[in-house]
Design a protein around this ligand. Structure first.
Ligand code: PLP
Length: 394
């Protein structure tokens, strides 16, 4: 008898993957330029040249036995110190290398935190709309996910619903800002209120409620939007970061967890995160790209194209009658669908070769996610297809 949960996870393709496959088939039939594939969040901007240059230099100049060898499980010590220096420079923190644990992207960072923190009766709170893999990761850690319905006016937090959901089983809360799928950035007021509530209930139940800050989109913001650095607002914060989006390196699988010294029982929490990485068989994050990312830590990909696409699509869609909350960052937007049934709406959109993802999978029906990490000409050309879709309903 196999593990049924794993069989299901391995056989059921996600809605996003289904759409992506459909897009490839349509492209073969009518040409890629006529398919408006807004399904997947794969960065469309190349990594900055310095990334490849650094990788080449390391391959040419570094002792290959060291470069290709195991690093220590928590990551190369020099790499972690360089990252601490970079984060301290940018956010005014006082971390050192020992606060960092290198991971195979943000996904592994989240899994290490969740597996390290959670026991079987624990609950982890997420705010809709949320990255659907959270449910897989939380349940994989043996805990239960509790979803707070979306605040659809601004995609901040419905604090009444949040407070009502907290109980003695609440082990952690995951926040993702800038947010996939809404593109929203939590304001400082939102973060302050969140921190105050977490402090109140941690005190009430006599145990910390950990805040897990999932931040792969931190660098992808528009108009200089400020993304508050969460450890400065709440001491029991673990930061999960990755270079998948900021350096357009999703295939290289590189990220980290920060466990600040201020976290309750910080050393034990760090040990639990590392222990989770060990039990999951991660061994160590890829050695070459640990070094590349550390050496490029102050660089990010040119996100101007995402901002151009965002402006073009937000304005275009609003003119057609769509309700769109302005994204502060990422390469996603999350307009309301023109009928309540978002699944039917996205199915209809396929008739116009528009591949957009139903909000239901993100815990927020009545919306659709548009991933606009596409060439700008494609975004421009898609407006005609959106217009036809809108006309069908309005
Ligand atoms: N968290 C969010 C919100 C994401 O959107 C993604 C990827 O799309 C991840 C985590 C996982 O990122 P990584 O490729 O770094 O594992």
């Amino acid at each position: 008898m196999l593990n049924e949960r794993m069989v299901a996870l391995g056989t059921q393709r996600s809605v996003i993957r289904e759409l992506f496959e459909f897009g490839k088939q349509r492209a073969a039939q009518i040409g890629a330029e006529n398919v408006f594939d807004f399904s997947i969040g794969n960065p469309s901007v190349p990594s900055p040249a310095i990334v490849n240059e650094t990788a080449i230099k390391l391959i040419q100049e570094m002792d290959p036995v060291i470069l290709h060898g195991y690093t220590s499980a928590q990551g190369d010590a020099g790499v972690r110190q360089m990252l601490a220096d970079s984060v301290n420079r940018r956010f005014g923190t006082a971390f050192n290398g020992d606060n960092f644990y290198m991971t195979i992207g943000a996904a592994a960072a989240l899994c290490c935190c969740l597996n390290g923190l959670c026991n079987p009766s624990d609950e982890v709170i997420v705010f809709a709309p949320f990255f659907p893999e959270y449910k897989v990761f939380i349940e994989g850690a043996g805990a239960t996910m509790k979803m707070i319905p979306a605040d659809i006016e601004g995609f901040q937090i419905d604090f009444d619903a949040f407070e009502a959901a907290i109980n003695e089983h609440t082990k952690a809360v995951i926040v993702n800002s800038p947010n996939n799928p809404s593109g929203a950035v939590y304001s400082e007021a939102t973060i302050q209120k969140l921190a105050a509530i977490l402090e109140k209930y941690s005190a009430k139940y006599g145990q910390p409620i950990y805040l897990i800050a999932d931040e792969p989109y931190r660098e992808i913001v528009f108009n200089g939007t400020d993304v508050p650095y969460l450890p400065k607002y709440y001491k029991d914060t673990l930061v999960c970061y990755s270079w998948s989006k900021s350096l357009s390196l999703p295939g290289q699988r590189m990220g980290y967890v920060i466990v600040p010294d201020e976290v309750t029982d910080s050393k034990l929490v760090y040990a639990a995160v590392a222990g989770a990485g060990r039990s999951l068989g991660y061994v160590n994050a890829p050695g070459l790209f640990q070094r590349v990312c550390a050496m490029c830590a102050d660089v990010s990909a040119d996100v101007a194209i995402y901002e151009t696409n965002k402006n073009l699509l937000v304005n275009g869609l609003r003119d057609m009658g769509f309700h769109v909350v302005e994204p502060g960052g990422t390469f996603y937007m999350f307009p309301r669908t023109l009928i309540p049934d978002d699944v039917a709406f996205c199915e209809k959109a396929k008739d116009f070769n528009l591949l957009i993802v139903p909000g239901t999978g993100f815990g927020c029906p009545g919306h659709t996610r548009i991933s606009y990490c596409v060439p700008t000409e494609r975004a421009e050309k898609s407006l005609d297809a959106f217009e036809k879709l809108a006309k069908y309903y309005l």
